[in-house]
Design a protein around this ligand. Structure first.
Ligand code: SAM
Length: 289
């Protein structure tokens, strides 16, 4: 994995296996420990006792089925899963509207830089829309989330083969967009996308609970959006809760959502595109389902 972060090993972490592991599982766990630069510990006892014995907060538990990050003291458990990607893909294939793709006005062959990759649900939808000739690159700052998403994109097998293929097409880096964006040339991606952690979470979103615990929850700044406008050829798209006070501050010119939906997408026209159009318009676009 290429990354822009320091290669310092994650603190407070060890790698172990599920109970009664096969040789292959043990080797996989040892590879993870070596790559991350953290101890590999044999699963001779329960997770809580192992964590206490080795004085770590979390353990990556490798089994034949999946790799799970577990924190015994908080009962946190996180593993890669593409969340709502399958449902959204199914809806798109039936011709239904997806407000994110509408906000991006994405076309086949285009490129997307997803600055807040998370579980890569949105990135998978973008990969579908841009097709095999397009490109989707995701950045994730949280080390554990980045490692599990990078692994999931390479190995997760969904019952929908089409989704599995999309996941394989998403590129991912463990990187902080604050550091990555300045390294990008002007106009180097058609779209730059931000989905920052909401400070006021949606109640129903249970899938977000473990991700939130591991995620970087710093708010999106006007400076980062300005840098993204330079890097984007067409537009910067930002996801927020409906009614956010942020749109004015971030220079959003168009808001895209769906009636009754709890979230909306703000569109900021890219620096070059804005000049080309002789200014940015301000509008609100909703489409009935
Ligand atoms: C709400 S989640 C994104 C979910 C994602 N859109 C999906 O479809 O799964 C926000 C993610 O952005 C990550 N993040 C926050 N600040 C970041 C930064 N400066 N650079 C890279 N990733 C960042 C968080 O760690 C978190 O995983």
């Amino acid at each position: 994995m290429t990354n822009l972060n320091s290669n310092e090993p994650p603190k407070d972490l060890a790698v172990t296996t599920s109970g009664r592991p096969t040789e292959e599982v043990i080797h996989t766990a040892q590879d993870w420990a070596e790559r991350l630069g953290v101890p590999f510990v044999l699963r001779v006892e329960g997770i809580q006792k192992l964590a206490a014995r080795y004085d770590v907060k979390g353990l990556l538990v490798v089994s034949a089925e999946r790799i799970t990050y577990r924190e015994p003291l908080t009962a946190l458990e996180y593993f890669f899963h593409p969340s709502m990607a399958k449902v959204r893909l199914h809806n798109c294939l039936r011709g239904h509207d997806d407000p994110l793709l509408r906000a991006m006005a994405l076309q086949a062959g285009e490129s997307v830089l997803d600055c807040t990759l998370g579980r890569a649900t949105d990135a998978a939808l973008c990969a579908w829309k841009v097709g095999p000739s397009g490109r989707v690159l995701g950045l994730e700052k949280s080390r554990i989330l980045a490692e599990l998403t990078i692994d999931g994109l390479a190995h997760y097998v969904d019952s929908a083969t089409r989704l599995t293929e999309l996941l394989r097409r998403v590129e991912a880096l463990w990187a902080d967009y604050h550091e990555f964006l300045p390294t990008c040339a002007d106009d180097s991606f058609d779209i730059v996308y931000f989905d920052p952690i909401f400070h006021d979470p949606l109640e129903q979103s249970q899938a977000m609970v473990p991700l939130r615990a591991l995620a970087d929850s710093s708010p999106l700044t006007a400076e980062a959006v300005a840098e993204a406008r330079r890097v984007a050829r067409r537009r910067v798209v930002i996801k927020q809760r409906k009614g956010t006070p942020l749109w004015e501050e971030l220079g959003v010119s168009e808001v895209v959502g769906s009636p009754g939906g709890k979230i909306e997408y703000g569109v900021v026209i890219a620096s070059g595109a804005c000049l080309g159009q002789g200014g940015c318009r301000r509008s609100r676009s909703f489409r009935a389902e």
